[in-house]
Every structure is written in structure tokens, then in C-alpha cells.
Design a protein around this ligand. Structure first.
Ligand code: ZN
Length: 349
């Protein structure tokens, strides 16, 4: 089969690799219908996080059809459409039972190794062996219409991650919200906040195409300024004190500072951007009773809650994809995301 490998910074290749096989009775094999490039894939692509010492599989968001299942798999069957969250989880350990599936005691990462040392395929390929298929995959009752695939694919990561930011920041009916970041996660956080009943949702964005998606997703205001000017603009919108809930969806020192300084005393920050150099100024939080919560989103725990809204079309998170390419063009997809000429690229094998 064909699959995407990263060989080093800015070196993405699509190559022939062995077809996956069932290693354990709890495995499934999924034929990928759609996958995509994530903002966090850009860290190894740019060489900013971790070092790629040898070629390895990449991609952690995919949806597809179940091709085969091991003898112990009971919740998904051949031919079903499934959504794979961005991390493997058994669904049964103490952390999974608590809903923190990303800390699964037998968990694994796509493109890494499972608890038994077997390689786990990356999502940007034609087929994927899925460990702990019962715990990891969410199946739909029917194979959905092709027009829903993009939206369902966002449940692998960005929509669940945006939702996690909103939940972590305490977004609910009547709340005022600021979203820091206009990537696919930030835009999904706007949609999640709107869905949860926020009264006002401000997105911090300088890009017309991203502002348009944010408005479509329910953003009521746009602030283009950054830094101190950005904080001043936010405070002006909210009684001179800041917003109830601020969703940090980038992960840099600058974006975390922006988020904390935009939060009103007594408010909450929900952070989901992979931290790259960001710090928490605890004295500032102490002085203003600002709570900071969040972390890597336990996407598996949110998929079922969000699935119905996507299937019935009441939310259309698939609009974060502004580009679709064949899998063979994965190198161009990474380039487009890196250069921010695309918000998010969907790859079709
Ligand atoms: Zn677990």
C-alpha cells in the first residue's frame, strides 16, 4: 500500500510500505477514505519539536471503512464507517474510564508502536492497523454520504480539540469568549463555543479567509490586533476587564500571554495548543483569580457527543478544510499548511 513518511525537516514522501495485518485479536484494519495534515504535524516538518532520526509514518487523523477485525473485536464490524481519534486507547483502563483516553495505560500513537511493540500505521496512508479497535474507533450506524466525510474527519482531532478548549474554559450559555488562534483548531473552538451557547465569541485573526470561516462558525467579533493592542481591543469589548472564557489554540509564549491577559479577573483559560515555549505566570493568575485548564484533548471521549450534530448537519466543522488533495500530493499539502496558504488540507487515498 501507499503511505506518507517523514524523512526529516521539510522532507515528506509517499512510498510503498507493507500492507498491515492483524497482530492481535483486538486489532482492526481500516481502509482510509480520508485523512489530513494537522498543525501539530508541522512541528516535525519544521523540525521545531523532536528530531526525525529515521523515516517514519505520519498522520493521526483519519476516517474509513473497516476492512477486517480480530476475533475479540465486538463494537465494529467489516464494512462499517469509522472515525479514529488521534490517539489509540483501550477504553477499559482507569484513565479511559475517567475519560482521559489520551493517557490510556495501554495507549499508542499513530505512526508509533503499540504496547506490544508492533508498529502502528500512520493515518496518512491507504490502510491502518488499529490496536484496541473497540476502545479506539467510533462507528456510525450507516455509511455516511460523501458530503459528510470532511465534517466527520474533524472529529478525529480539531473539532474535539476545539470543544475541549471550550469545555476547559467553562464556555456555556451567556458566556463571553475570546479565541486566540485562527488555525483549524481555533476555528473549531469558535464553532464549539457557539454550539455550547456562548453569547459573544471573539476570534483573534488577521486573515480574511479565516475570518470568514470564523464568522460562518458563529464568531460575533473579530480582533486583528495582537499583543498589548490586542489585549486593549478585547478589554474595550468587555467592560474594560476582559472575557469570561479565553481559548488558547496556538501554544506559543505569545499566544498564552495573549490569552491570560484577555481573561477577566475570575475567568478561565482553556489551552489546547501544543505548548512550544509557553509559560504560566502563576503570580498573575493568583492576583486575578484566573484559572487555567486544558491540555491534550481526549478526543475519543467527545466523538459520540458531537457526532449527531455533524451527521444531522447542525454543525459543519468540515468547512475548516479549504483544500483537498490526493494522498500522493502529501508533500504539497504539508507545504501549503506550512506556508499558511491553506487552513487545512484533506488527503484522499
Ligand atoms: Zn485506557
Amino acid at each position: 500500500m501507499r503511505a506518507t513518511l517523514i524523512h526529516g525537516p521539510r522532507d515528506i514522501r509517499v512510498a510503498d510500505v507493507p500492507d498491515p495485518v492483524i497482530h492481535k485479536p483486538s486489532d482492526a484494519i481500516v481502509r482510509v477514505l480520508a485523512s489530513c495534515v494537522c498543525g501539530s504535524d508541522l512541528h516535525p516538518y519544521r523540525g521545531t519539536v523532536g528530531e526525525t532520526t529515521e523515516p517514519r509514518r505520519i498522520g493521526h487523523e483519519f476516517v474509513g471503512l473497516v476492512e477486517d477485525v480480530g476475533d475479540e473485536v465486538s463494537t465494529v464490524r467489516r464494512g462499517q464507517f469509522v472515525i479514529a481519534p488521534f490517539a489509540v486507547s483501550d477504553g477499559t483502563c482507569a484513565n479511559c474510564v475517567n475519560g482521559i483516553t489520551t493517557s490510556c495505560l495501554q495507549g499508542a500513537s499513530w505512526g508509533g508502536e503499540d504496547a506490544d511493540g508492533f508498529m502502528v500505521d500512520g493515518g496518512q496512508g491507504e490502510f491502518v492497523r488499529v490496536p484496541w479497535a473497540d476502545g479506539t474507533l467510533v462507528a456510525t450506524t450507516e455509511v455516511p454520504d460523501d458530503s459528510l466525510i470532511a465534517g466527520l474527519l474533524t472529529l478525529s482531532d480539531v473539532m474535539c480539540t476545539g470543544h475541549h478548549a471550550a469545555i476547559s474554559a467553562g464556555v456555556g450559555k451567556g458566556k463571553t469568549v475570546v479565541v486566540v488562534g485562527d488555525g483549524a483548531v481555533g476555528l473549531s473552538a469558535v464553532l464549539a463555543s457557539h454550539r455550547l451557547g456562548a453569547e459573544r465569541v471573539v476570534v483573534m485573526s488577521r486573515h480574511a479567509s479565516r475570518q470568514a470561516v470564523a464568522s460562518d462558525f458563529g464568531a460575533t467579533d473579530i480582533v486583528a490586533e495582537r499583543g498589548e493592542e490586542g489585549v486593549a481591543a478585547i478589554k474595550e469589548l468587555f467592560d474594560g476587564i476582559g472575557a469570561d472564557c479565553v481559548l488558547e489554540c496556538v501554544g506559543t509564549a505569545e499566544s498564552m500571554r495573549q490569552a491570560i491577559d484577555s481573561t477577566r479577573p475570575g475567568g478561565r483559560v482553556g489551552y489546547v495548543g501544543v505548548p512550544v515555549g509557553s509559560e504560566i505566570p502563576i503570580r498573575k493568575l493568583f492576583g486575578n483569580n484566573i484559572a487555567v485548564g486544558g491540555g491534550v484533548a481526549p478526543a475519543r471521549s467527545y466523538i459520540e457527543e458531537l457526532l449527531g450534530d455533524v451527521l444531522e448537519g447542525s454543525i459543519e466543522p468540515g468547512k475548516v478544510f479549504d483544500s483537498v488533495m490526493p494522498l500522493e500530493q502529501a508533500p504539497a499539502a504539508y507545504k501549503a499548511m506550512d506556508e499558511r496558504t491553506a487552513i487545512k488540507v484533506l488527503l484522499r487515498p
